[in-house]
Design a protein around this ligand. Sequence first.
Ligand code: HEM
Length: 185
Amino acid sequence: MKGVIFNLLQAVVTEAHGDDVWDDLIDQAGASGAYTSLGNYDDAELEALVAAACEKLGLDRGAVLRWFGQQAMPHLASAYPVFFEGHAGARTFLEGINDIIHAEVRKLYVGAECPHFNIQNAPGDRMDMDYLSSRRMCALAQGFTEGAARHFGEDIDFEHLTCTERGDPHCTFRIAWPLNPPVHA
Ligand code: HEM
């Protein structure tokens, strides 16, 4: 995993809990703590940091990854404003995840192995998205998606229709924009 993801984790942990907590996570995980954005580090090292955060914060892996993704989005928006410009909302931003965002990421960070998302069944008020990655970080994808919606001032409903954590062959998300709430008499 690219160092930029470790840098983001450090940024959100220190922002919410302070430098000391980050130092504790590094110790607990037996991690190096020194990450350059372009460097490549073992996925296991990120998992060890996430596991240390679970213990420290009393959360499970999914909750930590989701929180990380939500909190990371404002940092991504200031580091990569170009990815956010020109979008009226999260929908078109998400539609460009494979061919624009992660395509550029692979050029900037040579060797990045970004997940792939198959977008389907996307009428106006919802979008289904398969998450394809061997890393099992669907909760991070959920957090990034929720963070992106928040960035654009939108409320979304995010549902895991299928999930590898439940034994399904892959994860499918249903993201809904409840634009037309039912009118009650
Ligand atoms: C400004 C926007 C974004 C940037 C700059 C960005 C960049 C990156 C980078 C650098 C990686 C690490 C890849 C590697 O080291 O091999 C990554 C991984 C990942 N990205 Fe993005 N990303 C962005 C938006 C998103 C969004 C909106 C989603 C979800 C819908 C997403 C989902 C993920 C996930 C889940 C991973 C973890 C790796 C995996 O699951 O295999 N990203 N991204």
